[in-house]
Design a protein around this ligand. Structure first.
Ligand SMILES: [Zn+2]
Length: 250
């Protein structure tokens, strides 16, 4: 059981807004939410997609069942074809928390914010009001405008990256980028091999394999560029030495 739960807006016989070949219910259930779940793994669950959470809340078994969870409800906004940007609805009287801020960053990166504002404070939505009354951490994300053809084209093309960014915003965990390969770190040139050897010994004290050659200190190999970069930063912070990364030929 996860602490974070996604609600897919609309559902059942209610497709929500429809335009530009998609509707809210189906796009969020089939395209967006499963990808967010894929990237979020065990840290994210999805509210029963066969249900319409709004109707469930009306019956007392929607939001009411989510006590103790962080709830993120997803929708696509609708207005005239030129309206653009996404926004996040939070309850009037509350302020955006760290997850809200991270979600706002995702919107800013992809669609921008509606009228330049990330947050809309409201008190006239059932799930929002119910969550506030019960002390449940809740926000409703309007990802972008389904009525804007450019935004729908962008959304369809970039849904995987958008979902990954949402997953990271929800979990607060960044999916580490990995650039595989064989990488080695080498220092600048010393006056003598003896000084290079001394530097290699110092680098080894940080837990890296190290040796000297041609008046430079060298490390053993790293299997990703990111690991090598982390080590380079560590060596620089400890000793300087002007270390650089070299990609070894395969
Ligand atoms: Zn909607």
């Amino acid at each position: 059981v996860s602490k974070n739960i996604i609600i897919c807006g609309h559902g059942g016989k209610d497709p929500g807004a429809g335009a530009n070949g998609i509707n809210e219910r189906d796009f969020i259930r089939k395209e967006l939410a499963p990808r967010i779940k894929k990237y979020g793994g065990g840290d994210i669950e999805i509210f029963d997609m066969s249900k319409n959470c709004y109707q469930e809340t009306q019956k007392g078994r929607g939001i009411q069942t989510l006590k103790g969870k962080n709830v993120i409800e997803f929708h696509l906004d609708a207005a005239d074809p030129t309206a653009k940007g996404g926004h996040i609805i939070i309850a009037k009287g509350l302020s955006a928390d760290a997850m809200d801020q991270r979600l706002a960053d995702v919107l800013k990166k992809h669609s921008g914010w509606r009228n330049g504002e990330a947050f809309d404070l409201r008190d006239n939505l059932l799930n929002l009001n119910t969550a506030k009354r019960l002390g449940i951490n809740y926000r409703l994300v309007e990802v972008c405008y389904i009525t804007n053809p450019n935004e729908v084209a962008y959304l369809k093309k970039n849904v995987d990256q958008i979902a990954k960014d949402f997953a990271e915003a929800i979990t607060g965990k960044v999916q580490a980028a990995t650039t595989p390969g064989t990488y080695r770190i080498y220092t600048g040139t010393f006056d003598t091999d003896a000084k290079a050897e001394a530097a290699a010994i110092k680098i080894a004290e940080l837990g890296f394999k190290a040796f000297f050659k041609d008046k430079r200190a060298w490390t053993g190999t790293f299997s990703t560029r990111e690991a090598a970069e982390k080590a380079r930063v560590t060596i620089t912070a400890e000793y300087g030495y002007n270390p650089k990364i070299r990609k070894e030929s395969a």
